[in-house]
Design a protein around this ligand. Structure first.
Ligand code: 5AD
Length: 388
């Protein structure tokens, strides 16, 4: 049975072939259902568009809920696909958390504006420069500037620093600065930034509203589409295991993400954040979150899929296991120690991915750091090369 399932997932990841043969998806699922592992039976009838959509939903549904042998096969397939596309190379980016002011009030996030337990900060430009000039690990090919949604930090810190380093250093530059006026996206791009990380969190409009995610979902989507249209390499992401989240919401979110011409996408396990209205909710299940990592890899093989540090809050093996379930980017935290504790997404006591931890995780996953920037690598793929 294990073998049969391995074959099923193996078959599912033969992209171009699969695209043309919905009938095959149906067969694969009938087979594995017969083996007793799938909860949903595909109703697909060969070639019909509607049936094809259902069959797709089916494989992701059973993959997301897989356990035991099916789960091991799923993770192994995703790891194999990552190797086929990217080899054993893991992109390594450095992140500097430049400010923790945030005008948003997301109910899952510790940096929400109503959390007054935080000491709010904006780093000085000299501090940021010092990190870049004096403590950049050699494995880092990319720098990501991250902040709460704080247009002041964007204008006064991030823009001028990027302008300087884009001229001086050979680094891929990305930012994660939220939904802002589109003109600011243009200015960042003119300064030399090429990657924009902007998470969707959930693609379900009602859940988005209830969780007080940034602005309205439609506006977030407009921002993503604008960034893609204007030539940014855009990476998005969602949170898995949010309170009351249904499988349908996850599938819908995956569909939406796939429709956006992204370069990459992450999945974060939901962590009940200190100082948030969701602080007493249940944490996401690590294994299921890893299933979601594998689903991202299998459904969009060319995406850059980060292993997020929150995985290690679930279990100390979480990060390495994500790399072995198809993730292919690791992030070294470069924020000076004095400010790290106040950049609080989940809890004050953070799990900091230092250079040492990141390199060790990459090695434990049987991989090496990539010498190439994730932005450069993504830009070399044709825009619509993704399968299923
Ligand atoms: N659980 C999981 N992910 C979270 N994030 C913030 N708070 C949480 C949480 N409690 C993620 C969101 C956000 C990013 C900065 O961190 O995806 O976009």
């Amino acid at each position: 049975m294990g073998w049969e399932l391995l074959m099923s997932y193996g078959d599912l990841v033969r992209p171009t072939w699969l695209c043309r043969q919905p009938q095959r998806v149906q067969t694969v699922f009938r087979k594995s259902h017969a083996a007793g592992h799938n909860t949903v039976v595909s109703k697909a009838r060969g070639g019909e568009e509607e049936g094809f959509a259902e069959a797709k939903a089916d494989w992701r549904r059973s993959a997301l809920t897989a356990g035991g042998q099916a789960q091991a096969a799923l993770w192994a397939s995703a790891e194999r696909v990552r190797e086929q596309i990217f080899g054993q190379r893991i992109f390594v980016r450095g992140v500097i958390e430049v400010a923790n002011f945030c005008r948003q009030n997301c109910s899952y996030c510790g940096m929400r504006r109503e959390n007054d337990a935080l000491r709010r900060f904006r780093l000085a430009r000299e501090v940021i420069r010092r990190v870049i000039d004096e403590s950049l690990p050699p494995s880092v090919t990319d720098l990501n500037f991250q902040a709460g949604e704080d247009p002041v930090a964007l204008r006064e810190l991030v823009l001028p620093v990027i302008e300087e380093i884009a001229k001086e250093k050979r680094l891929g530059i990305s930012v994660c600065l939220g939904t802002v006026d589109h003109r600011l996206y243009d200015e960042l791009q003119q300064a030399g930034a090429r990657g924009y990380i902007i998470k969707l969190e959930t693609g379900d409009p009602e859940q988005y509203r209830l969780l007080q995610c940034p602005g309205r979902l439609e506006r977030r989507l407009e921002a993503i589409r604008y960034l893609v249209r204007t030539g940014w390499c855009v990476s998005s992401g969602f949170i898995y295991g949010l309170p009351n989240q249904t499988l349908d919401q996850v599938i819908g979110t995956l569909d939406l993400l796939r429709s956006l011409s992204l370069c990459g996408c992450s999945v974060s396990p939901f962590i009940p954040g200190e100082g948030t209205p969701l602080s007493s909710e249940k944490r996401a299940d690590l294994d299921q979150t890893l299933n979601a990592v594998a689903v991202l890899r299998l459904s969009s093989p060319r995406w850059v899929v980060p292993a997020v540090s929150a995985l290690n809050l679930c279990d100390s093996s979480g990060y390495v296991r994500a790399l072995r379930a198809g993730a292919n980017l690791a992030t070294i935290n470069l924020t000076p120690g004095e400010w790290r504790g106040d950049y609080q997404l989940y809890r004050r006591k953070r799990w900091i991915m230092t250079e040492e931890r990141v390199l060790q995780a990459i090695e434990q996953a049987g991989c090496q750091p990539s010498p190439q920037s994730w932005i450069a690598a993504s830009s070399s793929f044709p825009p619509s090369a993704d399968p299923i």
